[in-house]
Ligand binder design. Structure first.
Ligand SMILES: Cc1ncc(C[n+]2csc(CCOP(=O)(O)OP(=O)(O)O)c2C)c(N)n1
Ligand code: SF4
Ligand SMILES: [Mg+2]
Length: 315
């Protein structure tokens, strides 16, 4: 087996690390059987099943291996995701998946970092992290499984619950205006912003793959029905339930921020696809540049000599 595939890059030597490696010809890609861990504990019919199945398909299709994938999540039904994937990852703290994933992404540029979570995790407790990870353009793919409710904790209003939604926290109906995740992502500085829905698996796959290939912070809002606490929430976007599934118009310019806002502002069900995609230097690239320059300055010195130099500077 060729060794460069499993080599772990050292900080300061990041420029020599290749982009995620292609499989060696003698190594078989992973199958769903290799990737599935544990039995998903979601309710039968939960939209999250479809996202998990497509994640397996994506890994299989792109021939990624365990040691090249990281699956991170916060807390919530959707955030149970890493439990069900046989690969490196973490089921982290509620709302804090993105800072954890940022550390992985910045220190291991050879990995594909995928983060999954819910609307509460992403936009309530994790709202600040969402904005800052987006503006820093840290390379990772963030898929928010938006069900417009807190599922795990049994039906509280979430930041995406529509006005009037009756929940345990708003028994007379939600009175707070919901956020628009697409507008928020664009405004915060995400360089890839897409929208999809669990009821169209081929489209979810297409969006996850495009997001994975983007060099920067890629955000995908995936409508994912909570059949237990918000049944029928997305029927209007599902042709099998009498709704309409409209794609982003073919002439939409994905680099036009204002045009992307306009799409994001359409009333539900709106349209699905890539709303916004631009190329900007990532924090990963900028840090690599700084690290490389710093390493150049101490080239050839032993660790103790570098320390001595630092102490001398501090005198
Ligand atoms: C610090 C902290 N606050 C609150 C909770 C309780 N809690 C767990 S999951 C959750 C919300 C889950 O909603 P969402 O992120 O939308 O995920 P879903 O279950 O709908 O997939 C809350 C409030 C917690 N675990 N930790
Ligand atoms: S409570 Fe809702 S979100 Fe959670 S597993 Fe059940 S259907 Fe899915
Ligand atoms: Mg939710």
């Amino acid at each position: 087996m060729s060794s460069p595939i499993t080599e772990i890059p050292q900080r300061g030597n990041l420029t020599s690390v290749p982009a995620p490696t292609l499989p060696a010809p003698d190594r078989k890609g992973l199958s769903k059987k290799d990737l599935a861990a544990d039995i998903p504990t979601w309710c039968p019919g939960c939209g999250d099943f479809s996202v998990l199945a497509l994640y397996f398909k994506l890994i299989e299709k792109r021939k990624m291996w365990h040691e090249k994938i990281t699956t991170v999540a916060g807390i919530g039904c959707s955030s149970r995701f890493p439990y069900f994937v046989q690969a490196h990852g973490a089921h982290y703290i509620h709302g804090r998946a993105l800072p954890f994933a940022s550390g992985i992404s910045l220190s291991r540029p050879d990995l594909h970092v995928f983060v999954f979570g819910g609307d509460g995790d992403a936009f309530s407790i994790g709202g600040n992290h969402f904005n800052h990870t987006a503006r820093k353009n840290i390379k990772m793919t963030y898929v928010v499984m938006d069900n417009w409710v807190y599922g795990l904790t049994k039906k509280q209003t979430s930041p995406t619950s529509p006005l009037g939604f009756k929940s345990k926290t708003d028994t007379w109906g939600a009175v707070d205006y919901p956020i628009n995740p697409m507008k928020q992502a664009i405004a915060a500085g995400a360089t890839f912003v897409a929208r999809t829905t669990h009821s169209n698996p081929a489209h979810v796959m297409q969006m996850m793959e495009a997001a994975m290939d983007h060099d920067g912070f890629s955000f995908v809002e995936c409508l994912s029905e909570c059949v237990e606490f918000y049944e029928g929430a997305f029927d209007a976007s599902n042709p099998r339930k009498g709704g309409v599934f409209n794609l982003v118009p073919a002439n939409h310019d994905v680099t036009n921020e204002m045009a992307a806002y306009k799409l994001a502002d359409e009333p539900f069900p709106g349209c699905f696809g890539i709303f916004y995609k631009v190329t900007k230097p990532t924090k990963n690239a900028k840090e690599t540049e700084i690290n490389t320059a710093a390493m150049e300055k101490v080239k050839g010195l032993k660790d103790w000599q570098i320390l001595q130099k630092t102490f001398e500077r501090m005198k």
